[in-house]
Structures are given as structure tokens and as C-alpha cells.
Design a protein around this ligand. Structure first.
Ligand code: NAD
Length: 366
């Protein structure tokens, strides 16, 4: 079975879906791999690195023509689909619920498509979960970006010229990104506080050295370990509990999301106006509408001395690691879908069922 790795074409994307190191592991399992020329260049993988592990470097058209499985990170687009043939298997993130025309176009080609963002969030699927692997890096990079944007340093510093007090960091949302943000900010020496609607995150935040700001969440539901939309009452209680820390924070990182919904607004413009001069907000939920009322995706807004950065670029900005982890997720997924390099799809099995969006031209999930 031949796997084709395509160069990402989306603007700003630097990652590649398969690193040479993981390609080598797939080859050891008996797969053949071809890669589009320069596909890994922006992740610091050269053509020769792929060649060295037994991957053939080919022109784009050849990859489309020869591969049984086509791999990408971002959804296949119109230009890609012109080159897709009946019977080919596409694996990428497809965001199928918000992309019905793309799914229709794939189906009309008679192709098969798996969507990585549709991975069920169960323990068995953890090592195939690209949202987790990429969000983890996003949490790390958000802190680094924050440190760069701030006019203060993170740690306590005692010098002959005086003592510098540590920066205060506040994290909203203690999921995958939030936990890594806590860990990174702590390592850099900041005083870290965090809050989440799910009370089970308290212990996790504390184990990384953060102070947890508890908000009474009685009556708020969660589903399968994930948050549901909070009530107005909860939002009010949350503001009351968090405002003191928010108004003293030097860096605020927001990561709160509700699967399949717009992100909750946790910081209003009125709250931003009461924050410290020079404070920075990094809104990692900006692409889902934002946790801060003021933020705009891929923009930096300056409001009354507070910098509000709406950003989702984090995984791309650490493309070497992001590509390696993405590739490892794909490696596990391909092994899950195959036996001795042949497909064995059990449509009763949850991971296969949930991720298989189009099968031989038939749309299975809408
Ligand atoms: P997410 O990106 O959907 O949300 C981030 C955080 O925001 C969550 O912790 C959520 O509770 C919080 N949040 C939502 N609304 C909020 C509000 N109004 N106020 C404050 N916080 C709010 O979540 P995620 O990071 O993808 O994952 C959440 C949990 O699921 C994590 O604990 C993670 O360990 C687990 N998980 C499991 C798997 C798996 O088993 N395969 C995969 C991924 C994540």
C-alpha cells in the first residue's frame, strides 16, 4: 500500500503531515511512502531527509496519481480534488460539519475520506488525537508569545539594582492547552492561577503548581468529560470569582471551548478596561469566536493599554514538533485501519465509524 504525503497549500501553514522519522516507522511496517517535493521544508525536513529513510520524493501530480492513501493536515481543497481519483483514500482534518460542499465534492469523486478532527475523545483514541497533540503545543507557545509581548519578565529576580516581582499569569480553561500553558508559565517562574467550569480540573491545575479559582458550578452540566454551555448565572459567578485576579494579571491566556459550539465569552470589554496597563491577553479560542469580547482572529488589538491577541497560529509556529506529533497520530491511525498493510475497516468500531465520513462516494456523516 502506497501512502502519499502532500505539501500543505493553506496560507501560513508550515507543518507537514508526516515526518521522515515516522515515515521510516511506517516503511518498517511494510508501507511504501512517497512525498511531494519540498513538503517538509517549512518544518525543517529536507527532501534528502525523506530519501534517507526510504521515501521517494515526487512531483505533486505523481503523488496524487500513485498513492492509495493521500495525507494532509488541512482539508483537501478544490484544486486537490481535481487530481483525486475514484477509490483513493483521503486522510486529513475535514471539519465535515461546517464543510458540506467539500464532503459532497469528495463523494462525487467516488473517493473515501477520513476526518482526523472527528476522532472520538476516548482513551483508546488518545494517541490518534491530533486536536490534543496540537493544542498541547499551542498552550506552550501561547506562553512564549505572551512573554515576548509583555514588557515584564516572568520570574522573581533579586539583583543589586533591586528586586523584580514575578509576573502574574491567569489561565481560563484547564484542558489540554490550558494545562500545558500552566506548566510552561510555572517553569518560567510566574505566579499562575487558573479556572475551569469542570471542577475535576482543580486537582490537575494544582498538581502543576497553579492556584485554582473555584467557581460554584452547581447545576452546570458536562458531557463525557467535556464542558457544555455555561448558564448566565455561572458566567456572573465566574466574573465575581476571577475579576480580582484578572485585574492584577500581567498575562491572561484563554483556552475555553465547548465542542461543536462557539467559544464562550469569558472576558467582556468592560473587564478589559479594568485590567492593568501593559497586560496581555492571548485568546487561543479566537477562531471559535473568542473568549474575549474584544479579540479578533490573527489581530492584535490595543485597548486602554491592554494588548489583546487573537491567535491560533501556535502549532504552525513550532512546525517541527507539531509535524512530528501529527505524524505519530497518523501512524497510529493508519495502523488502526490496517492489518499487514491492507485495510480492515470494522464499521461497528467507534474510531473507524466516527472518522469515516465518505466511503467509496457515499456520505456517511453530516
Ligand atoms: P476543549 O478545548 O474543548 O476546552 C478547553 C477547556 O475549556 C475545557 O477544560 C473546558 O472545561 C473549559 N471550558 C469550557 N467552557 C468554560 C467556561 N465557561 N469557563 C471556564 N472553562 C470552560 O477541551 P480539551 O482541552 O480538548 O479537553 C478537555 C478534557 O478532555 C481534558 O481534560 C483532556 O484530558 C480530555 N481529553 C481526552 C481525550 C481522549 O481521551 N482521547 C482527548 C482529548 C482531551
Amino acid at each position: 500500500m502506497k501512502i502519499g504525503i502532500l505539501k500543505e497549500t493553506q496560507k501560513g501553514e508550515k507543518r507537514v503531515s508526516m515526518s521522515p522519522n515516522i515515515a521510516k516507522q511506517l516503511i518498517a511496517k511494510g508501507f511504501e511512502i512517497i512525498v511531494e517535493e519540498e513538503a517538509g521544508t517549512n518544518s525543517s525536513y529536507k527532501n534528502i531527509d525523506y530519501v534517507d529513510v526510504g521515501v521517494n520524493v515526487e512531483k505533486r501530480g505523481v503523488v496524487f496519481k500513485e498513492a492509495h492513501i493521500l495525507l494532509k493536515i488541512n482539508p483537501f481543497d478544490e484544486e486537490d480534488l481535481k487530481l483525486v481519483d475514484k477509490g483513493q483514500v483521503l486522510i486529513s482534518q475535514l471539519y465535515h460539519k461546517s464543510n458540506p460542499s467539500l464532503i459532497q465534492a469528495i463523494a462525487s469523486k467516488g473517493a473515501t475520506a477520513f476526518s482526523l478532527d472527528a476522532m472520538p475523545r476516548i482513551s483508546r483514541a488518545q494517541d490518534m488525537d491530533v486536536l490534543s497533540s496540537q493544542n498541547n503545543l499551542a498552550g506552550y507557545k501561547a506562553v512564549i508569545r505572551g512573554a515576548y509581548e509583555m514588557t515584564k519578565i516572568f520570574p522573581l529576580m533579586m539583583t543589586a539594582a533591586g528586586t523584580i516581582t514575578p509576573s502574574k499569569v491567569l489561565i481560563y480553561g484547564v484542558g489540554v492547552a490550558g494545562l500545558q500553558a500552566i506548566a510552561t508559565a510555572k517553569r518560567l517562574g510566574a505566579v499562575v492561577e487558573a479556572t475551569d467550569i469542570r471542577s475535576e480540573t482543580k486537582e490537575q491545575a494544582q498538581s502543576l503548581g497553579a492556584k485554582f479559582i473555584s467557581v460554584d458550578n452547581e447545576g452546570e452540566e458536562s458531557e463525557g468529560g467535556y464542558a457544555k454551555e455555561a448558564s448566565e448565572d455561572y458566567a456572573k459567578r465566574q466574573k465575581e470569582a476571577v475579576n480580582k485576579s484578572l485585574f492584577q494579571a500581567d498575562l491572561v491566556i484563554t483556552t475555553a471551548n465547548i465542542p461543536g459550539r462557539k467559544a464562550p465569552v469569558l472576558i467582556t470589554e468592560e473587564q478589559v478596561l479594568q485590567m492593568k496597563n501593559g497586560a496581555v491577553i492571548i485568546d487561543l479560542a479566537a477562531a471559535q469566536g473568542g473568549n474575549c469580547e474584544v479579540s479578533k482572529l490573527d489581530e492584535t488589538i490595543l485597548l486602554n493599554g491592554v494588548k489583546v491577541i487573537g491567535s491560533t497560529i501556535a502549532p504552525e509556529s513550532v512546525s517541527t514538533n507539531a509535524s512530528e506529533l501529527f505524524a505519530k497520530n497518523i501512524y497510529n491511525f493508519i495502523l488502526h485501519l490496517t492489518e499487514d498493510t491492507n485495510f480492515k475497516w470494522d464499521l461497528e468500531e467507534e474510531i473507524t465509524d466516527e472518522t469515516l465520513i465518505v466511503k467509496d462516494g457515499d456520505i456517511r456523516k453530516k
